[in-house]
Write a protein that binds this ligand. Sequence first.
Ligand SMILES: NC(=O)c1ccc[n+]([C@@H]2O[C@H](COP(=O)([O-])OP(=O)(O)OC[C@H]3O[C@@H](n4cnc5c(N)ncnc54)[C@H](O)[C@@H]3O)[C@@H](O)[C@H]2O)c1
Ligand SMILES: [Zn+2]
Length: 356
Amino acid sequence: MHILTDIFLKNYTIHFDNNWLALHYFLENRYFSQIIVVCDENTAKFCLPVLRKKTGLVLSVLIVISAGESAKNLQTCEQVWQQLLEKKIDRKSIVLLLGGGVVGDLGGFAAATWKRGVAFLQLPTTLLSMVDSSIGGKLGIDFAGVKNTIGVFQDPAAVFICPEFLATLPARELRSGFAEMIKHALISDENDWNLLKKQTKSLDLDWEIWIPRSLKVKQKIVEIDPFEQNIRKALNFGHTIGHAVESYFLETEKPLLHGEAIAIGMICESWISMKLGKISEKELTEITDFLIKIYNKIELPEVAFSTILETMRHDKKNAGGEIRFAFLEKIGQAGWDLAVSEADILASLRFYRSIF
Ligand SMILES: NC(=O)c1ccc[n+]([C@@H]2O[C@H](COP(=O)([O-])OP(=O)(O)OC[C@H]3O[C@@H](n4cnc5c(N)ncnc54)[C@H](O)[C@@H]3O)[C@@H](O)[C@H]2O)c1
Ligand SMILES: [Zn+2]
């Protein structure tokens, strides 16, 4: 039996300990005028019954959005606002975001902008949202084919993490979330990396131990730098190229999951770290071998490179016209704000293509 402890941040708590009961009391004791649940088609089917059973929840309004990244857009957001309007949701209500990063980002954005902000809870149901997207307060939607273009920073009233939800999550989705755990280890903990790299595709980890362990990496960073002025940029490792790769595949017949795209991004950005004299070739090989073992190699056509580069030029994290990167100083330690030439970015994509 593991002892799970809650994590207290400055503005809210991440509940692990006895979380069903804690959630029950949270909702019971605060006299919300209405309780709204936002979920997607899958979490409505798999997670809502669990939530109802475990907490005795009586909800006032249920909003179900389509599943997947392609729904993380303005149109879906409008549908949520429309229902908040029809049900006359006021600012004394609470919105429960029951789902993965898409429900959390989009539903959170809809809530944070509704009447200048109605409180919301993050109830993450994917590994990715448990270790990453449900904390840190970044909310938003994709726009014009570019990821997370419109959004706000707003903390949830609380986060409740219930690893039981993972029981119904498809294996591919679990692996996608694992990419963020790998990232957390690579940027901040060599010891965790050495343990995680022993994993195979089937991912045999004790989630009750590993979720809080991985989450703490992000929590410590966002507490120091909530608005991404400095150290929070390290969390973008793998994401500058990864987001552009994800956007590219979103327009194709075979979209990648977020973590799968980030795995490609981490390989390319590790290559850049090596090229610019940070990590060794041996470390690069270690990272590349492991990521390919878990995620396979994805066919990234050379004709896609210009589109990927163009998306990166639009990235909101750029400053002064330069594309800036988080990078690895070594395994377990990251830096940020490294300006990288377009020639090196292209060479890193070519490196990915050359792996076999
Ligand atoms: N806000 C942040 O800081 C942040 C950080 C990382 C990623 N993100 C965003 O998160 C998104 C990806 O999140 P995700 O990977 O959770 O994807 P997702 O929300 O699309 O969920 C993945 C799939 O699993 C299904 N699902 C969810 N929980 C389930 C369960 N318990 N059982 C069965 N099916 C379930 C969903 O319906 C969906 O089809 C991306 O849009 C990414 O940009 C945001
Ligand atoms: Zn991510």
